[in-house]
Design a protein around this ligand. Structure first.
Ligand SMILES: [Ca+2]
Length: 212
């Protein structure tokens, strides 16, 4: 439970930083900590690790639904926000893990033990989270890797309003309906090890994410 407690502390700290002026309440269901935001203003960037959002995004909700392409990976930090997409989950994971994870034919990340993918809070693997197009960890994947526990970004091309389930590393994940972690929209804190369904209020709505 220590890891979960640490996640909660991190999530709270990050959200306080993100929206100093918003108020929030917590409820917990089946391992998923759901925090509902009330109206609030977007705070200015507050952390040293704040990256540059993907180009082409606005401070208000993105318009238009797009279909997630294949299996994508993003480092979450760095100039240019490199996003790579592959035909197979195996190739995506191989690149995101710098060759450490080699899926056998027919395997998915979910075939592997949790710690083989994510490591532990004291020995992280570098894989931070895997977002899925469908509930129950199905469909296209977006793997977030490297950058530590305090990173965020807008969804890359094709991933706006797509995510339905999340497999989370020890840091946890927060999804936001609006780009740029704008808390005036819906958002959800997801603790490790994630959730097979982000819930009706966030399903196919995430436009930005943060770790945690
Ligand atoms: Ca959205």
């Amino acid at each position: 439970m220590k890891g979960h407690r640490d996640y909660l502390i991190r999530c709270i700290v990050v959200l306080v930083l993100v929206a100093i002026t918003s108020s929030s309440g917590w409820s917990s269901t089946a391992g998923v900590n759901v925090a509902h935001a009330s109206a609030g203003k977007q705070a200015p960037p507050t952390t040293a690790s704040t990256p540059t959002p993907y180009p082409g995004t606005a401070s208000s909700e993105l318009t238009g639904q797009s279909k997630a392409p294949q299996h994508c990976i993003t480092s979450g930090i760095g100039s240019g926000q490199a996003v790579q997409c592959f035909d197979s989950e195996a190739e995506a994971l191989r690149v995101a893990s710098a060759g450490r994870i080699q899926l056998a034919p027919g395997q998915t990340a979910r075939s592997l033990p949790y710690e083989e993918v994510f490591g532990s809070s004291t020995n992280p693997s570098g894989i931070q989270a895997i977002l899925y197009e469908h509930a129950n960890y199905g469909g296209a994947t977006l793997t977030i890797y490297n950058g530590g526990c305090y990173i965020w970004n807008n969804m890359p091309g094709g991933w706006n309003d797509v995510t339905s389930s999340v497999w989370s590393g020890p840091c946890g994940v927060t999804l936001y309906d609006y780009p740029n972690r704008d808390l005036s929209g819906k958002w959800i804190c997801i603790g490790p090890p994630g959730t097979s369904y982000v819930g009706d209020e966030m399903n196919d709505r995430a436009s930005s994410w943060s770790i945690p």
